[in-house]
Design a protein around this ligand. Sequence first.
Ligand code: TRP
Length: 354
Amino acid sequence: MTAHATFEEAIRKSELISADLSKNPQKYRVLTGDRPTGPLHIGHYFGTLANRVRLQNSGLESLILIADYQVLTDRDSVGQIAANVREILLDYLAAGLDPFKHKTIIFAHSAIPELNQLLLPFLTLVSVPELERNPTVKDEIKAAGLNIINAAMLMYPVHQAADILFCKGNLVPVGKDQLPHLELSRKIARRFNERYKNIFPEPDALLSEAPTILGLDGSQKMSKSRNNAIFLGASEDETAKLIKSAKTDADRQITYDPETRPEVANLLRLISLCTGQTPVQVADQIGDQGSGKLKALLTDSLNAYLAPMRKRRLEFAKNPGLVSKVLNMGNQRAREFAIKTLDEVRGAMGMIYG
Ligand code: TRP
């Protein structure tokens, strides 16, 4: 199958599953993850986090992975990783992920040895050229401007298959850029099942409908490394200051035109996500009051929208044991899945002796 046909197929399948989710929540085990390279921003929230909370609240079992080993694919130092993990956890909890009330498991790679061991048999199921062809990996190598590519950069999509298959996850909410990785996970599941024994599901993507949120420069995706992000945990003043610095254009008549006015359109879309109006309605409301008014309106709507989340975040941050409690609980539950699956894998491979 060509990449294009696979992509179309993934979209079609994702739509079918979306329609089935609320009818048959017990059929699905969701797994997603984030690299802990910094706190989460509103691009993460509107792009994926809000959707994860929705899936959780509709009764789906959800495993959320903090992909800490994956941080080292494009850098030599983990940086402030412990602080980053804590910030992300606070973001998750503030956004509404709740492992105490729901079937939600939050865990980290490095705490689950049996998950990581799955990497070894999985590596024997893929070829080196297959890894070298991965378009998302190629983009990341380019974006990071790497002179030396470490082996984990090429292999992490295989590790990602272990992330998903260790718990027999069958539904992976992701953006389009992750589809090549998911295709590889499906291949690895299929090849293992054919070579040894049928134990793995072929996981499907659940593509999020939210538009890509551009950064405040209006030209690239919002991202911490591009310095164009508004963090969920930012204060109201920081948010106002960042929005003031956002790039717009000189035309005082505000219109929604993503093609010719991408910066203005991005700010209108953000207001729309906060207020529920359409971007065109927001533009009409601002009329000829220019980008000053546009920015003021975005500041007010975003700060109002994030206020309850930020309040919860501050409260959670004051509770010293909370973050470790959530992680310990999640690691323990994730590990139970991993131990069981690794046993099955070793059994299927004839690697249990004595
Ligand atoms: N590669 C993903 C990202 O950068 C993070 C990730 C790691 C992931 N393991 C995963 C996503 C497993 C989905 C499933 O966003």
